[in-house]
Write a new protein. Structure first.
Length: 150
């Protein structure tokens, strides 16, 4: 049986329509995966900024114990994370170190003691589905602990 030329030309159009429908069905899943990967990359990037801020804060506290107070150390952490995350001593940075003496300038407490700085940030994902699962924010936290050398 001979197939008319007009009928043979219409068949590829049906295949194209089927591909378009399949792509339309899979597109939301692909978009969700892309946005989820973007959120994951942003969260890792902010976590690295938090690590850098906590490390900068604890290095100032250990390297210059007589010259700088906790506020100056927090400013160093704030400047380290500044273009990406806005954290300070009151919101985001917490310092746990041995008690210093009340002399002015403060004297070094002898012995190898730990100084711990914890930096936290409330990360908001851009993907709506992730926001629903996490109730809007994810708390990122990075901590650095070092020993004093004096």
């Amino acid at each position: 049986m001979a197939v008319p030329a007009e009928h043979a030309r219409r068949r590829p159009n049906r295949q194209g329509a089927q591909s378009l429908v399949e792509f339309a069905l899979i597109l939301p899943l692909l978009a969700l995966l892309l946005l989820g990967a973007t959120d994951l990359a942003r969260a890792f990037y902010y976590y690295i900024a938090l690590e850098d801020a906590s490390r900068a804060t604890v290095k100032v506290l250990i390297d210059y114990p007589e010259e700088y107070s906790d506020t100056n150390a927090c400013n160093a952490g704030h400047q380290s994370a500044q273009p990406y995350i806005n954290i300070s001593c009151g919101s985001g940075l917490s310092i746990n170190r041995p008690a210093s003496t009340t002399s002015n300038p403060p004297t070094r407490t002898p012995g190898r003691q730990t100084v711990t700085v914890t930096a936290t940030y409330a990360f908001t994902p851009i993907t709506i589905l992730i926001q629903w699962f996490t109730n809007g924010t994810i708390t990122l936290s990075a901590s650095t602990t070092m020993l004093t050398w004096y």
